[in-house]
Write a protein that binds this ligand. Structure first.
Ligand code: PSU
Ligand code: MN
Length: 356
């Protein structure tokens, strides 16, 4: 095989940066490994829920009652979600920079055909930072995790700097990876944490995934000197469930300009290399009942252990198991928070563009 590894920044992305429009990096491990390839068989609550909570969430996400994407519940849910998240960024006036490796090329910004082919691909690698180079060199394809997306955006930013363009500074995901519940025995700590510790970008995330040991994950953020800012919340969000009042509290932020100022102080004045986690709780009323969810998580974790599932397969297994045991409710909540994070990330990227 004779492949030349390269990074390709979609013209729409570099043009937006040149014009001072907001750009939001998006990951694709959620598309290739985090969400089912079957149809959901229903429209997510955020998109067509009739209750007040769903309406309020739509207002927060899109400033409108309707979703910017016509949800097709017959199509694979991973593809529909990727499209919905991209169009959420667009509805806020932003440009999505969805990142993946396609035939050896690290693509910063995908077209719809690439999204579609990634969504149904059997041989896509889950690319964390360490897998990126080899998948590129082999001419392979991969969905990037939070760690892989940060490394990719960092490499793209180097290229952009060479063209005198501003960097991509904001990235939206669902829930970041962290310290797994049985980490004492397995040592499984997601590389999302050290990746965030070395990449100066803001990751907008609904805290960390509820499948993790969240108190230990919060400790790891502290050890790694990663600022964690609570957006309109004092409690570390638990992905598909709201934060627990008894958990360690977060500094609460209510204005995007204050978030931007905190990032500038951290990166600029203090010259710190770490990224910042902006913790955005799932929209009110769309989260799952914490107690019921906890029982299901414990069951899924025990099941994974019994089956000997670990390493990179663990997170996809646990997420799939929760989607099943909650009859799709966990999936529905996952979709809501992905959109909510994408919308907030776009508004933050716009705030960053106002730099003087
Ligand atoms: N958020 C989601 N679904 C996902 C993930 C995040 O809503 O599938 C992915 C992200 O790509 C994250 C990865 O980086 O799971 C973490 O995997 P691990 O625990 O193996 O590092
Ligand atoms: Mn792991």
């Amino acid at each position: 095989m004779n492949v030349k590894a390269a990074i390709n920044i979609k013209p729409e992305v570099s043009e937006a940066l040149a014009e001072g429009r907001p750009v939001v990096a998006l990951e694709t491990a959620v598309l290739t490994h985090g969400l089912p390839r079957t149809s959901l068989g229903m429209t997510p609550r955020l998109v067509n829920g009739q209750d007040d909570d769903a309406r309020r969430a739509r207002q927060t996400c899109w400033g409108a009652e309707t979703s910017p994407h016509e949800w097709n519940d017959g199509r694979p849910v991973n593809l529909e979600v990727a499209r919905l998240v991209e169009s959420t960024v667009r509805s806020q006036g932003g440009v999505p920079a969805t990142i993946a490796v396609i035939d050896g090329i690290l693509q910063i910004g995908l077209d719809d055909a690439a999204l579609e082919s990634l969504a149904s691909m059997d041989h896509a690698t889950k690319c964390s930072t360490r897998e990126l180079g080899m998948v590129m060199a082999r001419g392979g394809c991969g969905g990037t995790t939070v760690a892989g997306t940060l490394a990719s955006a960092h490499a793209a930013n180097r290229q952009l700097r060479g063209q005198n363009l501003p960097p991509i500074e904001v990235f939206a995901t669902g829930g970041i990876g962290g310290v797994h519940r049985n980490w004492g025995r397995t040592g499984d700590v997601s590389s999302d944490i050290p990746a965030l510790a070395e990449t100066p970008m803001v990751v907008v995330s609904a805290g960390a995934k509820v499948i993790l040991d969240l108190p230990a994950t919060q400790e790891a953020f502290e050890t790694q000197r990663i600022p964690v800012l609570g957006w309109l919340t004092d409690h570390f969000p638990r992905f598909t469930a709201p934060g627990l009042p008894e958990a360690r509290s977060l500094p609460r932020f209510e204005r995007l300009e204050d978030v931007a100022a905190a990032c500038r102080a951290h990166w600029g004045l203090l010259d710190r290399p770490q990224g910042v986690l902006l913790a955005n709780e799932i929209p009110q009323g769309l989260g799952l009942d914490p107690e019921k969810l906890e029982k299901k998580v414990l069951h899924a974790v025990a099941d994974a252990e019994q089956r000997g599932i670990g390493g990179a397969d663990l997170t996809p297994f646990l997420l799939g198991s929760l989607a099943e045991s909650t009859s799709g409710e966990a999936l529905d909540a996952n979709i809501s928070l992905l959109c909510s994070n994408a919308a907030l990330a776009t508004r933050l990227a716009e705030e960053f563009m106002k730099r003087t």
